[in-house]
Design a protein around this ligand. Sequence first.
Ligand SMILES: [Mn+2]
Length: 444
Amino acid sequence: MSWFLSCVAPRRKAYKRLSARAPLSFGTEFLSVKEYMMKAKATLDAGLPFISDSNKVYIITGNESADMDSFVSALIFGYLTMCKYIKEGQESVLSEKKPSGLTDVGAFMSIINIPRDELMLRPDIMFILEKLDLPMDSLIFKEDILKADIKPEFTYWGLTDHNKMTGELAMLYDKRVVSIIDHHEDEGYSWSADPRIIEVVGSCTSLVTQYFKEGWLMDEPLWPDNDTTALLCLAPLLIDTYNFTLKVTDTDIYMRDFLLELLKYSNYILSDPYYFADNYYMQLIEAKRNVDNFTLRDHFRKDYKEWTEWNGLKLGMCSLVVRLDWIACRFSDEFWCGMESWAVERNGLDVVALLTAFDVDGMLNREVLLWVRNPDLIPVFDKVIKEMEYRFTLMTLKNDGVLAPGYKPGFWAWSQLDTSASRKQIGPFLRGVLQNSHIKKIGY
Ligand SMILES: [Mn+2]
């Protein structure tokens, strides 16, 4: 457009550009995190009455483990994106600035990618909801989304803490992913997503914090809820890095310091911010370890991963936050039949491994229990046990009762001296053993 034409361009044209952004069903006022959650749930409960091709719903989800990192990164990414959206909407009206990004979004919602009845297995999330006065009954679970039966073409999806959609959601919506922020290995999907940030850091929430950093620093912050957002973001950073002792990168440290700086003048921090962070970490860990009401099955299903190999052999791995002797003592009589029924419930596991991680005087401890349930596989494992013990520095656990060595055929229990190895290393080792054997699957 020439200079002359731009001077005389009718205002009507500018107006037309502005109205290109879909009206937000959430309104144009800034919402707190709490209000965001409530609005999103109410909108879903009302059956998304506004939804259309030009008024889509933008759904943000973490991964299926739904740990603190997944929960917070999805909640914060959804909330802050919505706030940016509202701000841009206001600005575009004032300055005739064209809105950037997606212009056909009418609502945002962050979801938690588990069935509702599994929330009780995540006491740290329940703790933070209560601490920050966020409404538990406004959480949106996987089944709520499936039940709402939203047409894929009326949705956009954002993934946090994973970069490839999984499970039932993927069958419907995996073509609709428009944004990814994650710290796992890049699985190479959704190349047009924007942002598409995949970097190895301790906590995915570090990357989300970094992405929105400018928004916190503006003269008029983009969101009204600085304390809540900063406290939320800090929680997974502390948990995932074991209070900055493991898996820490410079980004995590930088983001922790940034968040603490934001909180410095809040009512939460009365003296040294690092003292506050230590304290906050202790509270979160204490909540996470509060498993008093758990059944044995709850312990198994809390943080569970499973693999089926090419030959049909199945490995199930449960990560526990309590020590083996504690669990064996608490569930002594039902321990082995509980293991058996878990293996059956999971459609016939050939090998079950329990990995424990717990704190003793601020030091991380780990143990491994391996149960080769398929009797044909026991001789196969007999041959690799020495190598496994060497690889992960495993020391036979001194124990009696149901965990005594030899109590059950094909069962070993160790204390793991090299605590740097986790499921990410032990899983592939066990899978390798299964993949290389020519044993028939156990069935049920
Ligand atoms: Mn994570």
